[in-house]
Each structure stands twice: as C-alpha cells, then as structure tokens.
Write a protein that binds this ligand. Structure first.
Ligand code: FES
Length: 335
C-alpha cells in the first residue's frame, strides 16, 4: 500500500493570531495610555470639589450602581483610587504596546472597563451608547489570543532565553516538559524585570504630567467659581453667600440632598438658579464651559444652556434638573 504524502501549506501571515489582533491591540494600547495620561494631566480629576473629579463621579455612582455599596466605602480614598485607575490605564497600555505580559495587561484592561461599566456607564440607556461595555468585550480577544508573538518583547526575551540555553527556536514539539518549564520560568523572570523598568518609566512620565497639570478649574470646561465642598441638603440650609456668586458667574457645589454635583448660576441681579450637573442622558457629571456659557457632558457630548439648563445639543433630550433655592439675608439656601 502506498502512502500519500500530505503537504501542509503554512498559514498566511495575515491569518496568524498576532496579525489579526494587531489593529485592536494597537488601538487599545494607545487609548489606554492616552486615557491614563489625560487623567494625570487634568487637575479637576483629582479635585475633591470639581463636578468632573473622581470624588464627584464616585458620589454620583453610589445611588445608581449595582456596586454602589462598595463605591461608598471608597469615596474617602477617591484620589488614591483615581491615581490607581490612571496608573493602571498607563500600565495596561504599555503592556499591550510592548507585548509584554499581554494577556495579563488585557485582563487588567477588562477589569478597569468592567469597573467603569458598573459605575459610570451603568445608567446608560440603551446600553450600547456607553463605551465601557464595548471596551470590556474588546479586551477579551487579547486575553484569549495574546499577542501571538508579534511585535512582542516577551517573545523576544523567550527567544533569547532559548538561545542562551542552546535550544532550538521555535521549540520542537518533542521538547520535554521540564525544559519548557525552565524556559517559561526564565522568560517570566526576565520579562518581569523589563516590564518593571517600562512601568517605572511610564509612571515617571505620568508623574511629570501630573506635576505640570496646574490647579483645578484652570482649563476650559470647568466651573468659573471655586466649587464648594459644603453639603447643603436640608431645606433652608445655606449653600453659599451671595457675595461669592457675582452676576455672570457660576458656582459649583455638591448638593447633599441628592449627593450629586450641582451649579448655581447668577445670570442677572436678583436671579439665582441652581441645576444638577448630572447629565440627563446617562448620568455623567457635566462641566461648565465658561467660554461658551454652557454645561458640557464629557461622556457623549450633550450641551446644556448655561443659564437655563435647556438642551442645546443631544443626545440628551431633557434639560438639567432644577434645584430649588431661595435667597435670604445674603445667603443662597436650599429650598
Ligand atoms: S451622559 Fe451621555 S451625553 Fe451626557
């Protein structure tokens, strides 16, 4: 009986895992690094009183999130958590970019996206308007497939380890499990050292970015008046002295009655109005754009009139919620 030789055509390059996942990996790497550095460079993100800060976002998440009870406990450490999130994003991005512990980096990205989905994006309706659920699923192919050894520092280190051990590259199928385990051990240790170095450089860059970020409220899209940390909540409780809110200014405060960030606007003498800064589309905290006198939602771009709270641009369709206030004896009070 004659045997027929079966010739195996090698898989074309573009069909290999590394190439298929490369566009997704590149996008997620750049986006995560950008998102992390953006947080480090935004002083409002670390401001306890800014409506756009991590503290306000966490306060707002408590009510609507299925993990609100956990978020509640984290509020007093909000800035530390904010730092960890920003640093985590940079580290995940660098891992994906350099192809080092790629699966682990993707797992970290999934964990971050899931936490955003359960807090910031939880109220988004319909769910596909929220970006975090898309990121959650975008990380899964990289968890499953890794970088496929393409543009991968870890693959490079593995090849060097094998060369130093005088082993064939790539590993032959008959190689013993003991040798494979030793190669893996050396690769993980050496990759760990390289990853620590890259991570340290990334965090130094992030630290320099944060140091040069300036003070809260200095950028566009922020409240013009110094925001108050006071938690006026009960009817009749003081929010702020009228002298602190001159005509034409906007004052940011946290409304303890709703545990949400809010604004007082003073468009004309004797006219004070207060609005929740929570976007009526999906619940993100709006910032105030002093240049255009508008409230701007950072999540999906809704814009509200800075004097009336009316929608100027969707996707939101409902004006910002009005907060009842009165003025008495030189103070603005919660009504
Ligand atoms: S939350 Fe979607 S536009 Fe504000």
């Amino acid at each position: 009986m004659s045997k027929t030789a079966v010739s195996q055509t090698p898989e074309p390059r573009w069909k290999q895992t590394g190439w298929i996942l490369l566009p997704l990996r590149a996008f997620l790497a750049v986006t995560m690094i950008y998102a992390g550095l953006l947080k480090f460079s935004d002083p409002n993100f670390f401001s306890v009183t800014s409506p756009n800060g991590i503290t306000s976002q966490m306060r707002h998440s408590v009510a609507g999130s299925p993990v609100g009870f956990i978020v509640q406990h984290g509020i007093e450490h909000a800035n530390l958590l904010g730092l960890m999130i920003a640093a985590g994003e940079v580290i995940v991005g660098l891992g994906l970019l350099f192809g080092i512990f790629t699966r682990l980096a993707a797992l970290g990205g999934l964990a971050l996206s899931t936490s955003f989905f359960l807090t910031v994006s939880w109220g988004t309706h319909p769910y596909f308007f929220g970006p975090d659920i898309v990121f959650m699923f975008a990380f899964t192919p990289l968890i499953i497939g890794g970088d496929g050894g393409l543009l991968s520092l870890e693959a490079l280190i593995r090849r060097r380890v094998r060369s130093r051990m005088r082993l064939a590259n790539p590993a032959p199928s008959h190689e013993s499990s003991a040798i494979r385990a030793e190669v893996n051990r050396r690769t993980v240790v050496q990759s760990g050292v390289v990853a620590a170095g890259i991570g340290a450089i990334g965090l130094i860059v992030a630290g320099v970015t944060k140091a040069g970020a300036g003070t809260p409220g200095s950028g566009a899209g922020t409240a013009v008046a110094a925001p108050s940390a006071s938690g006026a909540g009960a009817a009749g409780s003081r929010i702020v002295a009228t002298s602190k809110v001159p005509v034409g200014s906007v004052y940011a405060f946290n409304d303890a009655a709703t545990a949400a960030p809010a604004f007082i606007v003073h468009p004309a003498t004797d006219t004070y109005l207060a609005y929740s800064s929570i976007c009526t589309h999906a619940g993100c905290a709006c910032g105030y754009d002093s240049q255009h006198d508008t409230f701007v939602c950072p999540c999906h771009g809704s814009i509200f009139n800075g004097k009336t709270g009316d929608v100027m641009q969707g996707p939101a369709t409902t004006p910002l919620a009005k907060i009842p206030i009165t003025v008495s004896n030189g103070y603005i009070l919660r009504a």
